[in-house]
Write a protein that binds this ligand. Sequence first.
Ligand code: ADP
Ligand code: MG
Length: 391
Amino acid sequence: MLDIGLLRERFQQRYGIHPSAIVRAPGRVNLIGEHTDYNDGFVFPVAIDRATYIAARSRSDQIVRVVSSDLNEEDAFSIDHIERSKRPWHNYVRGVVMALRAAGHPLTGADLLIASDVPRGAGLSSSAALEVAVGYAFQTLNHLNILGEELALLAQGAENTFVGVQCGIMDQLIAVFGRADHALLIDCRDLSYRPVPLPSSVAVVVCDSHIPRTLAASAYNQRRQECNAAVQLLQQWHPGIRALRDVSEDQFAAHSDALPEPVRSRARHVVSENRRTLQGAAALERGDVAAFGRLMNESHASLRDDYQVSLPDIDLLASTAQRLAGCYGSRLTGAGFGGCTVSLVERSEVETFSRDLVQAYRHATGRTATIYVCRASDGVGRAVDNAGPQG
Ligand code: ADP
Ligand code: MG
């Protein structure tokens, strides 16, 4: 956890006054349910114990000043006239403020100081953590009554339209609704969710491959198009289908021959991944971590063979992890073409597991992976109440 005292001190140094609130929103890792969110399907993420913190104080004018202490950069803009900035990180903040305004929420200006221990661009969703923290900071300063679901949708809207990244809703929802020691089974169609406890004996171990995700954006858009193509074709037999979420494995099997490749394989991943995600949540609910781990391994194989978003070095990370002692399951997490794997590991074995995984990866690839041992944490909230003199 970040040092809240230091955050307050930095705010005081920069703005000459104490912050009136400090909020935090966590990063996340998805345990299973990959590339299902934009198909109206199911995902199963945890909020992690790394978060973006914002120290904040209202201003009496319409100016917003922002410091990112991680980038050592600043931004300033007026709430009445928000334009897109050439500096990408500015747009996460500006976009959320814009979205709040567009939704009709009355805001005054503010001074903000951001500090985060979510690694940026690693696939742990530092972007959603930042958006949700910004939204919550303004909600707190302006005493707004914004429901969690609305906050998540505003944040996603900001990333889609203002930043220009076509992300699904998972990252923002888990940053809002995450729960300590639980994963959330989220239905990305109606945004309902069910917390499922994680056994205290297992750790969530994230391994960042440090492979640059150069192919990720174009492949992501292509996969989305292929999923839409599958829906259109399957509608010939099942006109009620709106998304691959509506297709059962039996329906898919009956008509899969009519789908051209690669559309068939893409659809097979999504249809089977939805089933695995529901089965996985049910397995954890009855305490069957081993069954959950097997589904993680199957998810990886499906991402590798059917969805084709893995890379040989990511396969190596997953298959090595799967063989190590204490590991229940391991898979690629996130959009793919680099990024991270996630493994469920018996807590007593985590140290040996991490050491052996990094060593094997270095030996085979020459790259040094970074391990994050994560604990499932709460979603957005106040980091410290009454952090300083109010007013
Ligand atoms: P991920 O969400 O996987 O970390 P993204 O590329 O979606 O990766 O988002 C990372 C971007 O979000 C950064 O490049 C930066 O623009 C912005 N960002 C995230 N955290 C911060 C921060 N603490 N300060 C400034 N910008 C941040
Ligand atoms: Mg992101």
